[in-house]
Ligand binder design. Structure first.
Ligand code: AAL
Length: 390
């Protein structure tokens, strides 16, 4: 028994000694960037408190214009074959307003059977898809009010083998540039999942959003050289116009086929079919499975949805390159295609966004086959929600 008392006494003395040491003034510790009470000055901080005060001290989640809630509404007008998993719609483009109506483009899969899954990609063939987006094409729909949509048909079909995108054309986004329209999209040359989710980006162009679309027939945003962060995949192209140039943001999943780590990059140029220059600071973002951006004041806002250490944040880059976390949000939309009134106007003071399309993925559970649906989201990431053009 005595031995136990002795042990407690020693432990007690040691812990006193440690706590005294912890409260000692720490040389080289940075002064705090905020007001603190005297008693908390010069204390050693735990890792979490250090992150909170010294790295993220500018975050006030509910106290700036880039904080919002998200509301979701089911859309009318899309048929899903009783949600049996053979029809899937996902990854909507930005929504644009032309000819008195809204337009959206998206990935549509309509296959005789459901996907076998990325891990079983070897079992896929010309009619059996590996993933939800394998064997897909790019379709489009129009709407007068953004709630009820009329599916218009295919905009970009899969081209014949071995052209870029022969296996699947997916995950598109729209650019309006000098009176013409450009759809950028992922062009798969193998079933997704065989080695990873590997693909480059290609494009088609048209004089009208109704088409017809002419394929560029070549890779438009090249994968990086061997060993670089974007060597395997260029995903989610997202074009905007800034400083008289085309800015296309994109994502790469840089350690596929292992767990996904994502980075977001930027290419710029003045010819919509390339060549484009990759930004020297790429990757510009460390998180966000799909890249969703909108001109906001002088800079660029970004909805950073799933994946990465900064997921479910809204970020801001005053210079369109160096992103800082502005807020942390809940129920953040995935694969977002917002209505961005200033996307192509080369605005010097962006108005932000209030609504758009996103997708919900049903990953597949017993009795429910995997597929995705398009939904509408509404939010307040705008300077003026009463603006009639919003
Ligand atoms: C999406 C996007 C890309 C990926 C896959 C289909 O949400 O990031 O398009 O390839 O998942």
């Amino acid at each position: 028994m005595k031995r136990f008392y002795l042990a407690f006494l020693v432990m007690g003395l040691l812990s006193c000694k440690n706590s005294k040491k912890d409260t000692e003034v720490l040389e080289n510790q940075k002064p705090f960037p905020y007001t603190v009470t005297d008693s908390s000055k010069n204390r050693k901080l735990s890792a979490a408190m250090d992150r909170s005060f010294n790295h993220y001290s500018n975050i006030h989640p509910k106290n700036n214009e880039l904080y919002t809630n998200f509301k979701y509404t089911e859309l009318k007008g899309f048929d899903y074959n009783s949600h049996d998993g053979t029809v899937s719609r996902r990854d909507p483009s930005k929504v644009i307003f032309e000819n008195g109506k809204y337009y959206v483009w998206y990935t549509k899969r309509d296959t005789p059977v459901i996907p076998v899954g990325a891990k079983n990609a070897e079992k896929s063939n010309d009619t059996i898809p590996s993933t939800d987006w394998d064997l897909s094409e790019i379709w489009f729909a129009t709407s007068k009010d953004g709630f009820t949509w009329e599916e218009q048909g295919v905009a970009v079909p899969r081209p014949p083998k071995p052209e870029v995108g022969w296996r699947a054309v997916t995950t598109t986004d729209i650019l309006k540039w000098k009176g013409k329209y450009y759809l950028y999209y992922q062009g798969f040359m193998e079933a997704s999942g065989k080695r990873g989710d590997y693909c480059p980006v290609t494009a088609s162009y048209a004089d009208s959003p109704d088409g017809p679309w002419t394929p560029a027939g070549k890779v438009v945003i090249e994968n990086g050289p061997e060993g670089s962060w974007d060597q395997y995949a260029i995903h989610d192209p997202y074009p905007l116009v800034h400083n008289g140039q085309i800015y296309i943001y994109y994502k790469s999943a840089f350690n596929r086929p292992n767990p996904v780590w994502v980075g977001g990059g930027l290419v710029t140029g003045d010819n919509p079919l390339g060549p484009f220059k990759k930004h020297l600071l790429n990757p510009l973002t460390s998180s966000g499975h799909e890249v969703t951006l909108f001109p906001f004041k002088e800079g660029l806002g970004a909805i950073v949805a799933k994946d990465g250490t900064e997921h479910f944040t809204i970020q801001y880059a005053k210079d369109w390159v160096n992103f800082e976390i502005a807020s942390i949000c809940e129920l953040v939309p995935v694969a977002t295609g917002p209505f961005v009134p200033d996307a192509f106007t080369d605005t010097k003071y962006g108005r932000g966004i209030t609504w758009g399309m996103s997708h919900f993925v049903n990953a597949g559970k017993p009795g429910i086959n995997p597929h995705s649906i398009l939904v509408r989201f509404d939010c307040d990431l705008s300077l003026d929600v009463d603006d009639p053009e919003m």
